[in-house]
Design a protein around this ligand. Structure first.
Ligand code: XMP
Length: 319
């Protein structure tokens, strides 16, 4: 909540701008941009408060959606942010080589992110603060009294190593509140209405060991899925959607010949705060179009399934 039930987005923005100015004074602040709603809203809010003293770093871990790094970087620059783009996919694939356990994979991605980010951050002279787009569900799920469900890599880790103070203006907000604040800041819907996307990216949707080849297959399938949701007017009615590459092969048939290829699972859920989620009851015709297009055009896939699990017992991401 906006710290207080009666506070509205405009007031929240004004109060946070004042609070950020008070907290950081004339210091330089570093922020890791992910392309997602939370870090973008955090960046614009802080940019309003301190302008170019906000230095943003956007790391390409090779696990983003197809073409996303280039498109998002250009958009950030168009919004006036001072942002350095860092291409580091090779380092992430090297760090994840041979790892199949989901938590170890998350940790390897998280650690590599910290290493790459630290190296870049050290180049920013005089930096005293680290801003993060942490929101309330990140904190709640990472500190659950029932133990860690998944290690969200945007909570903890960076500041101790870097001796920076933390700036987290959104940490008491739910996602829908972050979007309201973003709208108040004039951020376009194209960014605000983007589905949530996890820090480790397609890494948690490409089950088992990560390789550039598997990620490329997943990126192609994911693009078809998301593009069709947009074209058919469903993207904005779905809270989060993504494709998952399942590391099994199954038998199929193409032009009368047996095939033995991979499986893509489609996930589309509605949720309010990510704590619970329901699969979206999409039109059969839409799902049919997606399966046809994926199987016809994505090499190495001959089967598409739709995930009908609720959270709980399943989580939104598969890993
Ligand atoms: P789960 O899979 O736990 O996901 O039901 C709940 C929401 O959190 C997103 N998610 C993450 N977001 N870093 C993030 O910033 C992460 O490591 C991470 N893991 C999951 C997920 O996409 C969903 O919206």
């Amino acid at each position: 909540m906006y710290n207080n039930e009666l506070l509205q987005p405009a007031q929240f923005v004004n109060e946070q701008i004042a609070a950020i100015k008070e907290q950081v004074g004339n210091d330089i602040v570093i922020l890791g941009l992910s392309g997602g709603v939370d870090s973008t809203v955090t960046a614009i809010l802080i940019h309003r408060a301190i302008g170019d003293r906000l230095r943003c770093i956007f790391v390409d871990h090779g696990l983003l959606r197809k073409n996303e790094f280039e498109e998002v970087l250009a958009r950030y620059r168009g919004m006036g942010l001072n942002v350095t783009g860092v291409r580091a996919a090779d380092r992430f694939f090297a760090a994840c080589k041979g790892i199949t356990d989901p938590e170890l994979k998350r940790k390897a991605i998280g650690k590599t992110f910290i290493d790459v980010f630290n190296e870049e951050a050290r180049k920013v002279e005089g930096a005293r603060w680290l801003a993060q787009g942490t929101i309330w569900p990140d904190i709640a799920e990472s500190h659950s009294d029932k133990g860690v469900v998944k290690s969200h890599h945007n909570v903890g880790g960076l500041p101790e190593e870097m001796h920076l103070g933390l700036v987290e203006p959104l940490k008491y907000l739910y996602k829908y509140e972050v979007r309201e604040v973003g709208a108040e800041l004039g951020i376009p819907d194209e960014i605000l209405k983007r589905h949530p996307f996890p820090g480790p990216g397609l890494g948690v949707r490409c089950l088992g060991e990560l390789t550039p080849e598997k990620i490329a297959v997943l990126q192609d399938a994911d693009k078809i899925w998301i593009d069709i949701l947009r074209e058919e007017g469903w993207y904005d009615k779905v809270w989060q959607a993504g494709a998952i590459l399942v590391p099994v092969k199954t038998t199929g048939i193409t032009d009368g010949r047996r095939t033995y290829a991979g499986v893509i699972a489609l996930r589309a859920v509605n949720s309010v705060d990510a704590m619970t989620a329901e699969p979206v009851r999409l039109p059969w015709e839409l799902l049919d179009r997606v399966q046809r297009e994926i199987i016809a055009t994505v090499d190495g896939v001959n089967r598409v399934v739709f995930d009908i699990s609720t959270k709980p017992q399943a989580t939104i991401e598969w890993e």
